[in-house]
Design a protein around this ligand. Structure first.
Ligand code: PMT
Length: 224
């Protein structure tokens, strides 16, 4: 770990990967997030000297070098609890996780059977918005959100930056070969009075560039 890196001396909490919302012992609601983007950011932040805590949804990835602590979770509620168990000490929070927006209202302890009488109807309830809850705290860390967008990336990203009251938002251009689940990504990094485009590249390269942006904006805010 670098002692004089761009994030030296700072505590960074990163959430990554999907959440899985169990329906019964064999089924769940989930999404295609692989965790690659968040793990690459954790590696880059660690290499930049940060003390990194990585809160990981269910992914098949090894813990990157330079990560001080990894907490594995499955559901959005568990991810929220894990983030809140470490957020008080954090200087920077980076929310790369694709948190499921909904979970089932009641988990079935037994496998739901296929019945000739009809298709089951699942009642869903909204999950807490971990990023918005962290951003609403006072005092709060420097808060970086992500957004996966297929259209109007800049416009939708700016709306999300303002609505969730974030310090920075990285909006992905998602298509069949870039963004969620893929090895490459492209980001529009936005803050209140500026932004920068990070063109398509492998996620580890993008993560290094993003960490440099975060470090610069974090220092600018501290000296404002
Ligand atoms: O894991 P990979 O395969 O590498 O893919 C990376 C990624 C595409 C998943 C990642 O780069 C990304 O964009 N993550 C955010 C996905 C998304 O669209 O999030 P959202 O628009 O639903 O949420 C916006 C922000 O709020 C995100 O920072 C998200 O972590 C956060 N959020 C959302 C819902 C919720 N209940 N809690 C949250 O914290």
């Amino acid at each position: 770990m670098s002692r004089d890196g761009l994030l030296a001396g700072l505590k960074v909490v990163i959430d990554a990967g999907p959440t899985c919302e169990d329906i019964d012992p064999v089924r769940f609601l989930g999404n295609r997030s692989s965790g690659k983007m968040g793990f690459a950011i954790a590696a880059a932040a660690g290499a930049a000297g940060a003390e990194v805590t990585l809160v990981a949804g269910p992914v098949a990835l090894a813990t990157p070098a330079g990560v001080a602590r990894r907490i594995d979770v499955r559901s959005a509620l568990q991810m929220r609890d894990a983030v809140f168990s470490v957020i008080d000490a954090a200087d920077i929070f980076i929310a790369t996780a694709a948190v499921a927006d909904w979970r089932v209202a009641s988990y079935s302890e037994r496998k739901i059977k296929k019945e000739p009488s009809g298709t089951p109807i699942l009642e869903l309830v909204e999950n807490p918005d971990i990023l918005a809850e962290v951003a609403a705290r006072s005092p709060r860390p420097f808060v970086v959100g992500f957004a996966a967008e297929t259209d109007h990336v800049l416009e939708n990203g700016r709306k999300k930056l303002a609505r969730k009251k974030l310090d920075m938002l990285a909006a992905n251009h998602v298509d069949a070969t870039s963004g969620i689940g893929a090895d490459d990504n492209a980001l529009e990094v936005l803050w209140a009075d500026g932004g920068v485009s990070l063109p398509r590249a492998p996620k580890p390269d993008l993560a290094k560039a993003l960490v440099a942006c975060i470090a610069a904006r974090y220092r600018a805010r501290m000296h404002a």
